[in-house]
Design a protein around this ligand. Structure first.
Ligand SMILES: [Zn+2]
Length: 205
């Protein structure tokens, strides 16, 4: 049989499954029974920002939604379906919106040079640009300005999560649920908490 074009990935997978089983023979058996993650991660699709590895979490510990520039749009059924399942079925305790410096999506939104569909997708980021135009324009250094935009985008998308009926219903039912905004640095691998932490309807007023 000829080698599959993904041969390397199959070999990686086999080695990984063997390593995990060696460390914990019941690992996969236990995971089959249920998943009980405490976290929903909403992050960027960027290949350099993988949720599990960055946070040191094993399979089963984080529910993940990723898209270009970690956008939370109230008309995106994909994101809303993930959010609803995470909040109402899995009953996650924390929703972590994580952006990253040097985000290609954020830069493309700022420069307005993304191709068609991506450009359309990035409208919520352009909205953040417009909302914070004064603050951003006051930053002379372009890289610094883009870094700040990456942060502002995370904060705005985290607030969008809080504005969904899904989260508001959970809060009014007394469910313990906190929304956090984090930013990841590609240059040193570290995440930092941003000034957004929403744990109830009052946080929005
Ligand atoms: Zn990105």
């Amino acid at each position: 049989m000829p080698e599959h074009v993904l041969q390397q990935l199959f070999e990686n997978n086999k080695r990984w499954a063997e390593k995990v089983t060696k460390e914990d023979p019941a690992f996969f058996q236990n995971l089959c029974q249920q998943q009980t993650p405490e976290y929903l991660w909403i992050g960027c699709s960027d290949s350099r920002v993988p949720a599990n590895q960055i946070m040191g979490l094993a399979p089963g510990e984080v529910f993940v939604h990723r898209n270009v520039a970690n956008v939370v749009s109230l008309t995106d059924f994909n994101c809303l379906a993930v959010l609803q399942y995470a909040v109402e079925v899995l009953k996650v305790k924390h929703i972590i919106v994580t952006g990253h410096y040097g985000c290609g999506g954020v830069i493309a939104a700022y420069e307005g040079n993304a191709p068609g569909l991506v450009d359309h997708w990035l409208e919520p980021v352009r909205y953040v640009c417009r909302q914070h135009a004064d603050e951003l324009n006051a930053i002379v250094d372009r890289d610094e300005r883009l870094r700040r935009l990456c942060e502002l985008n995370v904060e705005a998308q985290a607030r969008n999560v809080a504005h969904t009926r899904i989260v508001q219903r959970a809060w009014s039912n007394g469910q313990q649920l906190t929304i956090h905004g984090l930013i990841y640095s590609l240059s040193n691998g570290l995440v930092k908490a941003l000034d957004v932490r929403l744990a109830g309807i009052k946080a929005l007023s």
